[in-house]
Ligand binder design. Structure first.
Ligand SMILES: *Cc1c(COP(=O)(O)O)cnc(C)c1O
Length: 387
């Protein structure tokens, strides 16, 4: 069978079409030369770029105040490309001590295999960063709000430190999103997203984004992502674009519900501790106010007394709320550090980090708020009543 191609149309689609084509035909050798040398607009081979990646990257670029951001196959490949774009064998990379689990594994296992030394520091304490610096420190990787303890990094101190020492500051902005914090506005050098989470927002696209402030570093990012082959698929980009069209609405609604849920959990007798950057009891409340303003986000953590019996009873009583180790879904999800993100640690190590057996994290979704808060209250009543 011979390909007939799309029909000729006098109208244009309102929704962005998916363009799964891996290859693009050029007019001839001169045209291909122009395409590869950047003198003509167009695509050649989808690992090097395709329309759906361009569309969604432009949306995130606009949100972040970035240019030339690259779509990657996952948040983790975006983290990897960010580090590889600025560090090489012999360099040292410093990472926050409560980074996303796989980012910690990249620092602990993968980067050392490439000859890149790494160590960790406490991003809420600038003295801890200063003490960990080495002459060969090339980059600092940090998340603005840590997971699942929701501590807020000293971004002002870290940005100043990196500027003074000529160190690249890489900000994983997945949790905060550009609606709460725009790293480039504050002087960061690279921004990373797991688009899989809040930006795409529907748990159906696996995708990352990485951008650099310096165009030379940006060019290295494009080259590294294309060469390592971690660029994104058209279908995931298409789904992410669709999800992102409602991002602002979802963010506003889930933040408002999270604020209300945090207050309700804080007041519930079965909850021993509720952690939310918008609560005045939060250890970094002032810093959260200064950095994030009212955009305190959709993530709430809390702790109940007891052991596995109580934590299992709470999950069982939560009805439709999915017990799933992810965040940023359109619906509310509940996760449990002890059996998911931090299962490799010992109980004592987790307790030292403030996340014992009864510690839960909620990623608040767009459900109707009163019903959601009532579901939590009823489940907690049941646990407290021993039911
Ligand atoms: C999920 C996550 C990642 C990894 O993203 P994937 O898309 O799952 O590869 C990186 N950083 C943070 C903060 C995350 O939450």
């Amino acid at each position: 069978m011979k390909r007939l191609g799309p029909p000729q149309m006098g109208t244009r689609p309102v929704a962005t079409p998916i363009q799964p084509s891996v290859v693009y035909a050029a007019d001839g050798p001169d045209h291909l030369d122009d395409l590869y040398e950047g003198r003509a607009e167009g695509f050649t081979y989808s690992r090097e770029g395709h329309p759906n990646a361009t569309t969604v990257a432009a949306m995130i670029d606009a949100m972040e105040g970035a240019t030339g951001g690259v779509m990657t196959s996952s948040g983790m490949s975006a983290v990897g490309m960010a580090v590889l774009a600025v560090a090489r064998a012999g360099d040292h990379v410093l990472g926050g001590d409560q980074l996303y689990g796989r980012s910690l594994r990249m620092l602990g296992v993968e980067l050392p295999r490439l000859g890149i030394e790494t160590s960790q520091f406490d991003p809420t304490d600038i003295a801890s960063a200063e003490a960990a610096l080495r002459p060969e420190t090339r980059a600092i990787l940090v998340e603005v709000v840590s997971n699942p303890t929701l501590r807020v990094a000293d971004m002002e101190g870290l940005t100043a430190l990196c500027r003074d020492r000529g160190i690249a500051l890489i900000v994983d902005n997945t949790f905060t999103t550009p609606r709460a914090y725009r790293p480039f506005d504050h002087g960061a050098d690279l921004v990373v997203h797991s688009v899989t989470k809040l930006l795409a927002g529907h748990s159906d696209a696996m995708l990352g984004y990485v951008a650099a402030r310096d165009p030379e570093v940006g060019a290295r990012l494009v080259d590294a992502a294309t060469t390592w082959g971690v660029t994104a698929s058209p279908f995931d980009c298409w789904l992410a674009e669709r999800g992102m069209l409602s991002f602002d609405l979802r963010f506003a609604r889930t933040t408002e519900t999270a604020r209300r849920l945090a207050a309700a959990l804080d007041a519930h007798p079965a909850v021993t501790r509720c952690v939310y950057p918008g609560l005045s009891s939060h250890p970094d409340h002032d810093r959260a106010q200064a950095l994030l303003g009212a955009a305190t986000g959709n993530m709430v953590s809390f702790e109940i007394a007891g052991g596995r019996r109580e934590s299992a009873a709470l999950v069982a009583a939560m009805g439709d709320v999915a017990f799933a180790p992810t965040l940023g879904d359109i619906n509310t999800t509940l996760s449990h550090a002890a059996t998911s993100s931090h299962r490799k640690m010992t109980h004592d190590q987790r307790v030292a980090l403030g996340m014992g057996e009864g510690f839960f994290r909620v990623s608040v979704g767009v459900e109707e708020a009163d019903g959601l808060i009532a579901t939590f209250a009823a489940a907690l009543d049941q646990v407290r009543g021993g039911g």
